[in-house]
Design a protein around this ligand. Sequence first.
Ligand code: 6PG
Length: 237
Amino acid sequence: MELKIYRDKNEVAKQFSEYFSGLVEGKSIFHVALSGGSTPKIVFDLLAADFSSKIDWSKIHFYWGDERCVPPTDDQSNYKMTVAHLFSKVDVSQEHIHRILGENDPHTEAKRYGKLLAEQLPLLNETPQFDLVILGMGDDGHTASIFPHEIELWDSNENCEVAIHPDSGQRRVTLTGKVINNTKEVVFLVTGESKSEKITAILEKKEGHMDYPASLVHPKSGSLVWFMDTDAAKELT
Ligand code: 6PG
């Protein structure tokens, strides 16, 4: 595991964009699962502004680590956010965008998406293997859309599951630990003071840290890198 700590969220976005560009370079095809949330939004803006001609976007296949069960036109949609901040500004191949169909029945879509991953991605341990999974972490320690109140979803035998947001009751389709921990590179993008307590609990294995889904991210044969700002890292010893 590697920690990369930078002065603020904009520097996190800049450094991650360089890192992402380096990962993609020289690859003929690249499969990445994107995250929703505020930090990825800043990353997408920066990739669009400074990397539109530095990255061969046509060789990247885009997926999501989780999606809200809403139509793609809904402001809650991670897909809609990604189109607004990235896909509308760089030369991606439309047929390489594999969105989770938030408008469909959640359980039907979780099965469909799990099957699509098995068809589109190389398999390791008979499980789809991403080149990169980008994750955020909620203030409650959730990641993707695996929340503490239903942390058992992490250990599902399925590639995807249907989760329920603890406050809003909104349903989500999410990758499970089976896929996330099968990835070549997992990157957390975590910024802001509100994350510092959970990040410290997880990274310093404090009492109760195993109750936070983000603490379960340990790629079996891949790497894990935390990109964070000094606010999120401020309680680390
Ligand atoms: C989502 C994200 C979610 C997000 C965390 C952190 O669909 O909302 O996948 O898991 O990464 O909630 O969000 P922030 O980066 O905005 O704090």
